[in-house]
Design a binder for this molecule. Structure first.
Ligand code: CTP
Length: 413
């Protein structure tokens, strides 16, 4: 048998990026031989084994053939006769289709090194179309490598468009869409993920809520970019600058989806976009079984970003609005929510041309939250045997008083 390092590890090594995961391909072997060498079988669908010591993945060289729609309709062929080149040929991109032998020699039959140098994401062969997840993967790689100057080869983009037209994207399952989307949110340019999906026509199918934002105007007085879709992309990029938390990035991306359904007679205003956005965010999260903590934050930012701005302008803030915001966010019990919410709102403020350096005016809210949280039942003078409603009302009043004091202290400095 011969063993080669393959896929992302070779690519990242050549790009001088950190290699987190190493995958190997084994040529000229059989499952029996692998088992005899104490490799552990893990592949449900493919002959993949874990190294007994390093636990790294070793897959027998294989070819694949598409037998049905979507990405589950595959048969594979793995015999000792399958060559390294055949195994590399079934892979998605030229930069992912290189191998390295034990001496560090690169085997590169599809010119991945040339494409790495030219900064091009290019499919290896027409077999790219056999797996629709590759559309999402490619959009994710574009989001990851955008900062290095990578672009998608025109012929690859054309192929992706054809796949979308042939209905391949409809066959994607929710988990895989979310898995790729979630990973894209952790990349340096997640807005490129959305742009690529839009360019190939997949966004219209996967997230019509986001596609609908393009071409919808906002007032040029407050939004020099005018187009709501452009605003969404700019906000997402600003969110990246503010935080590595993908939940905040997700919420920032979605916060204005309600603008996509504003009746034409109101444009370029969007009077009910917060309320209208909630159902759209929920529908998208249902569709992709988005985890709770992403969904909850996205719903809150969508519904209350207007209240957020009202409160964040500290000289205009009223104690009752501040407490109202804390209660809506459930921040008295979950203080981390306030920080997440503020960052998403700040990304929104900055996600407009000319507004990128706007200061963070909401820092004082953190102190205000601590003050509101420090008002406890035991600090109140409630007399004997107070009832539930009376306690609640007294807490509310005491918190408003404490918050009014915070606001007064700040404005008087
Ligand atoms: N691969 C593919 N088509 C897919 C999934 C994977 O061709 N739908 C191939 C690619 O050659 C890829 C390798 O399998 O490089 C390993 O896949 P994976 O570990 O998912 O991706 P990486 O390229 O290692 O990228 P990442 O850094 O995101 O893990």
């Amino acid at each position: 048998m011969k063993i080669y390092l393959v896929g992302g590890a070779v690519r990242d090594q050549l790009l001088l990026r950190q290699v987190d995961e190493r995958d190997y391909v084994v040529v000229g072997s059989t499952p029996e031989e692998m088992l005899a060498k104490h490799f552990k079988p893990v592949g449900k669908d493919f002959p993949v084994f874990l190294h007994p010591k390093t636990k790294e993945e070793y897959a027998l060289a294989r070819t694949e053939r598409k037998t049905g729609r979507g990405y589950t309709g595959f048969t594979f062929h793995a015999t000792p006769q399958v060559t390294l080149e055949e195994d590399l040929q079934r892979r998605d991109l030229t930069i992912n289709a290189m191998a390295m032998d034990e001496q560090g020699q690169v085997i590169d039959p599809f010119h991945g090194q040339k494409d790495l140098q030219a900064r091009v994401l290019r499919h290896v062969s027409a077999a790219f179309t056999e797996d629709p997840v590759r559309i999402l993967r490619l959009a994710r790689f574009a989001a990851r490598f955008h900062y290095l100057g990578f672009i998608i080869a025109p012929e690859t983009l054309a192929l992706m468009r054809t796949m979308v037209e042939q209905g391949e994207v409809d066959a994607l399952v929710a988990e895989r869409v979310w898995q790729e989307w979630q990973r894209a949110l952790t990349e340096p340019n997640p807005e490129v993920f959305i742009e690529v999906l839009r360019e190939c026509g997949a966004l219209r199918i996967l997230a019509p809520e986001l596609e609908s934002l393009f071409g919808v105007p906002q007032s040029p007085m407050t939004h020099p970019e005018v187009d709501t879709g452009i605003h969404m992309l700019l906000v997402l990029q600003q969110a990246v600058k503010l935080t590595s938390d993908p939940r905040v990035r997700f919420a920032a991306m979605l916060h204005d989806v309600g603008k996509g359904v504003t009746p034409a007679e109101y444009l370029p205003k969007h009077p009910l976009h917060e309320e209208n956005g909630v159902a759209l965010v929920q529908a998208l999260c249902d569709r992709y079984r988005v985890p709770r903590e992403y969904r909850d934050l996205a719903v809150l930012v969508t519904r209350y970003h207007g209240l957020g701005y009202k409160v964040i302008q500290q000289d205009l803030a009223q104690a009752k609005d501040v407490l109202d915001l804390f209660e809506k966010l459930d921040a008295l019990r979950r203080p981390e929510r306030l920080a997440q919410f503020r960052l998403a709102c700040l990304a929104d403020v900055r996600g407009r041309p000319g507004y990128e350096d706007k200061p963070d005016r909401g820092v004082w809210l953190e102190e205000a939250l601590q003050t509101a949280r420090s008002v406890s039942v035991s600090s109140l003078n409630l007399g004997d045997n107070p009832q539930g409603e009376a306690i609640k009302a007294a807490l509310h009043t005491a918190r408003i008083k404490a918050l009014a004091q915070v606001i007064e202290n700040i404005t008087s400095c």
